[in-house]
Design a protein around this ligand. Structure first.
Ligand SMILES: NC(=O)c1ccc[n+]([C@@H]2O[C@H](COP(=O)([O-])OP(=O)(O)OC[C@H]3O[C@@H](n4cnc5c(N)ncnc54)[C@H](O)[C@@H]3O)[C@@H](O)[C@H]2O)c1
Length: 396
């Protein structure tokens, strides 16, 4: 695949490492960056033939087959519209838009142009997520009741993130977009998110946006999603998921505790892992960040799907749904009420009922709980179907 990369910063370089390092048949053939020296440095580092400070020039080259958008949030729409104009396949980083309106315009534009579109939500492509999601799909956890995702770190690395106009929001948008798509995937992307309750505050940083938030997302089948996001967390990048179902539980720690622990007095120490705050003492490095963060599996899915002419797992539509949930979160943080998720475009199930979880014990009773006690008897807690009375039965 011949790729034009727009943006040569933090994520542009992570993407380039993944794109050129693994599939080996993919090549960045053009790089756009705002500053000539950054574009040139990127071109040298990644052996890219063409560099430019004119966005359209990077996109509209005959050899470019797909455009990868790695630009600040306020530039995503402009870049997407240029891809539509030149009928180039487009994959864009998260969040899709600064809000649902922007995301919807981008979704409609790519679909009208008939171009391939992929949403680069890497955290639903991590090896741990993929394995956990398979187990959920196979029913190992039963009916999913609650899915929580947490992403917190000490704050982003570039000026524009901290400017609400360019970024579109604070940690809710920047990190909550990951958490919402992770939890939505566990609960089921066909299930409609209906309303959101969110607390948000600016506890530490001198900014107009929020630097810490917690939110609940209610789904039509009765499941609840939860996100915890912060730009004020100290200690590195905390990425954790928890899933609770009627038959099981999953806990995933994706970054701070991956089973790799190391102590160093500091001699020779340098990069440890994204957002690590220290390179001395006890450290928690990450073996292969490109893989652990899902970039490799993500680009594999994007390009294999493009080659097969099918949709990837994550499209602009998913980015739009995520933006819509986050818009409701922002509203709720202000009104302190549950706020409805406004989805003008919804392609999932409609009128999904809450599943029944009643377990039949006998003709007259439902089973509430069964427990083996420490003193050797087995107890059954039963509910009478007619009277509703709860009784206890000891089995010897
Ligand atoms: N895990 C992830 O998926 C992940 C991680 C980090 C960032 N991102 C996303 O990637 C995008 C870029 O973030 P980043 O961390 O690479 O930022 P960055 O600041 O490191 O890099 C941004 C790039 O865009 C260019 N740029 C900045 N301002 C510009 C302007 N006004 N006009 C033109 N070009 C400009 C910069 O020169 C640079 O090349 C954002 O949408 C961010 O949310 C995604």
């Amino acid at each position: 695949m011949n790729i034009a990369m727009l943006g040569s910063g933090f994520i542009g370089r992570f993407y380039a490492d993944s794109l050129q390092g693994y599939r080996s048949k993919d090549k960045i053939v053009s790089i756009y960056s705002r500053k000539e020296e950054s574009a040139k440095k990127f071109a040298i580092d990644y052996k890219v033939n063409h560099y430019t400070t004119v966005m359209e020039e990077a996109i509209n080259r005959p050899e470019v087959e797909v455009v990868c958008i790695s630009l600040p949030n306020n530039l995503h729409e402009q870049a997407v519209l240029l891809c539509c104009k030149h009928k180039k396949a487009v994959i864009t980083t998260k969040p899709l838009g600064r809000n649902a309106e922007e995301a919807k315009r981008m979704l409609l534009a790519v679909e009208q142009a008939g171009i391939f579109n992929g949403y680069l939500e890497d955290l639903v492509y991590t090896p741990k997520f993929i394995k956990a999601h398979e187990s959920v799909k196979n029913g190992a956890l039963g009916r999913i009741l609650w899915a929580k995702s947490r992403e917190t770190h000490p704050g982003p690395h570039s000026d524009w993130f901290w400017d609400i106009e360019q970024a579109g929001g604070g940690c809710i948008l920047d990190l909550g977009c990951h958490c919402v798509e992770i939890t939505r995937s566990y609960i089921g992307k066909d299930i409609r998110p209906i309303e959101v309750m969110c607390w948000a505050d600016t506890q530490v940083k001198p900014i107009d946006a929020e630097d810490h938030a917690i939110g609940l997302v209610k789904y039509e089948n009765g499941a609840i999603g939860q996100f915890e996001v912060s730009w004020t967390f100290r200690g590195g990048l905390d990425l954790r998921d928890e899933v609770m179902g009627t038959e099981g539980t999953i806990w995933i720690n994706s970054f701070l505790r991956t089973g790799f622990e190391m102590f160093t007095s500091g001699k020779g120490g340098d990069y440890v892992a994204e957002k690590a705050e220290s390179n001395t003492g006890w450290l928690f490095p990450v073996g292969d960040e490109l893989n652990e963060l899902g970039y490799n599996h993500m680009f594999m899915d994007m390009f294999n799907s493009m080659e097969k002419g099918v949709q990837p797992k994550e499209t602009f539509y998913d980015g739009y749904v995520v933006n819509s949930v986050l818009d409701a979160a922002y509203k709720s943080a202000k009104t302190k009420q549950w706020e409805p998720v406004k989805l003008d475009i919804w392609r999932g199930g409609e009128g999904v009922n809450r599943d029944s979880s009643l377990v039949e014990y006998d003709a007259d009773h439902y089973l509430v709980k069964e427990e083996m006690t420490h003193y050797g008897t087995k107890k059954l807690i039963l509910k009478n179907k007619q009277s509703g009375k709860i009784i206890e039965k000891v089995v010897v």
